[in-house]
Design a protein around this ligand. Structure first.
Ligand SMILES: NC(=O)c1ccc[n+]([C@@H]2O[C@H](COP(=O)([O-])OP(=O)(O)OC[C@H]3O[C@@H](n4cnc5c(N)ncnc54)[C@H](O)[C@@H]3O)[C@@H](O)[C@H]2O)c1
Length: 331
């Protein structure tokens, strides 16, 4: 059987082909799965989709009409999939519930350090043989406070690194993580974490309760010189409110690997088109902001694990086995 994999990056393709070898044929497409591209899947019982696929009800209906019975999503988050529609259409949807949390946690740290120590500006300057230090001053993080919103697998990995830096740790979550407490983390109300932290990092999933977790009021309650990092999901931050605060000259730095309107932009080359997203266009003009396009998970290790689990999900589906990765059917 041939599996059709959408949204495959060039350096991901050999890993996918290798993992499926000996099991199933796989055809890799670089286009993202959405309403325009879904008809390509006609005749494929199993499709695999990437994190920025648009799997709303209409797309799932097109897939189902073309004979698709299973969607193997190559990510942990599934906020892009209409699970009710998939259930109604009798489809199976599986995700990758676990892979290296270190990939994302290490990238969150990369963003934090890059904005704190002005690495992008320094690199641009030295390429131009401009070796001045003006405007490159950062801050020691040792002895300062890191606030971790969401202390699950990635939040814990982030906290371990913060501990290594000698930072005081504050946490906020609906469930306390004993491993974080062993590192010395104190769980506090969100308001207290936002007001006291020098570095704030987001690791909760995006769901109705966490949509715009960082809204205008939350941003106003942060220290003027705080560092804010989001490597979870764009919808956690009210981006328009963030731009308003940045216009006031606030924050040492903001590192964003995700953006609430990233679908249709991230993973694509838009360099030759007119920019029609004024919020993102303004965001990238701030010298203290660094935006990357959802690449935190993108290490050889994490992608390797994602692909292996995707193959396992396909084999489980074919064998009628249920695993913790199955989202639909729900029981
Ligand atoms: N940028 C990337 O490439 C990338 C890659 C992987 C994951 N992610 C994001 O990172 C998120 C976290 O991943 P993880 O593996 O650490 O997940 P996890 O399930 O281990 O941890 C999530 C934590 O959030 C907490 N939580 C859930 N709902 C909450 C709420 N309403 N209020 C407060 N806390 C709540 C949970 O109790 C849990 O401790 C994912 O949901 C995903 O959106 C991003």
């Amino acid at each position: 059987m041939e599996i059709l994999a959408f949204g495959v990056q060039a350096d991901e393709k050999p890993l996918i082909e290798e993992a499926f070898a000996g099991h199933h044929e796989v055809r890799c497409l670089d286009v993202l799965l959405n309403e325009d591209t879904a008809p390509i899947a006609a005749g494929h019982e199993i499709v695999s989709s990437s994190v920025n696929a648009e799997l709303g009800g209409r797309v799932l209906e097109i897939l189902a009409a073309g004979g698709t019975r299973m969607v193997a999503q190559r990510s942990t988050g599934f906020n892009n999939i209409d699970l009710d529609a998939a259930e109604r259409l009798g489809m199976t949807v599986a995700r990758v519930s676990y892979y290296s949390p270190y990939a994302v946690a290490e990238f969150a740290w990369t963003l934090a350090m890059a904005v704190n120590r002005r690495i992008v500006r320094a690199s641009i300057r030295t390429r131009d043989f401009d070796f001045r230090l003006d405007g490159l001053m950062g801050r020691d993080l040792h002895g300062r406070t890191a606030g971790v919103l969401g202390t699950g697998k990635i939040g814990e990995a982030f906290a371990r690194i913060a501990h290594g830096f000698g930072m005081r740790l504050l946490g906020w979550d609906i469930a306390e993580n004993p491993a974080c407490m062993q590192l010395g983390m104190t769980y506090v109300p969100k308001e207290e974490l936002l007001a006291e932290s020098d570095l704030i990092t987001l690791h909760v999933p995006l769901m109705p309760q966490t949509q715009h977790l960082i809204d205008a009021a939350a941003l106003k309650s942060m220290k003027d010189d705080a560092i804010l990092v989001n490597s979870s999901r764009g919808g956690l931050i009210d981006t328009a409110a963030l731009v308003a605060e940045l216009r006031e000259g606030r924050f040492t730095g903001v590192g964003l690997d995700v953006y609430e309107a990233e679908a249709g932009l991230f993973f694509l080359d838009k360099s030759l088109e007119a920019v029609d997203d004024d919020t993102l266009a303004r965001l990238v003009t701030f010298p203290n902001v660094l935006v990357t396009s959802h690449q935190a998970y993108y290490t050889r290790d994490a992608v390797g694990q994602i692909v292996e689990t995707t193959v396992k999900n396909v084999l489980d589906y074919r064998a009628g086995r249920r695993s913790e990765n199955v989202l639909v059917p729900r029981s």
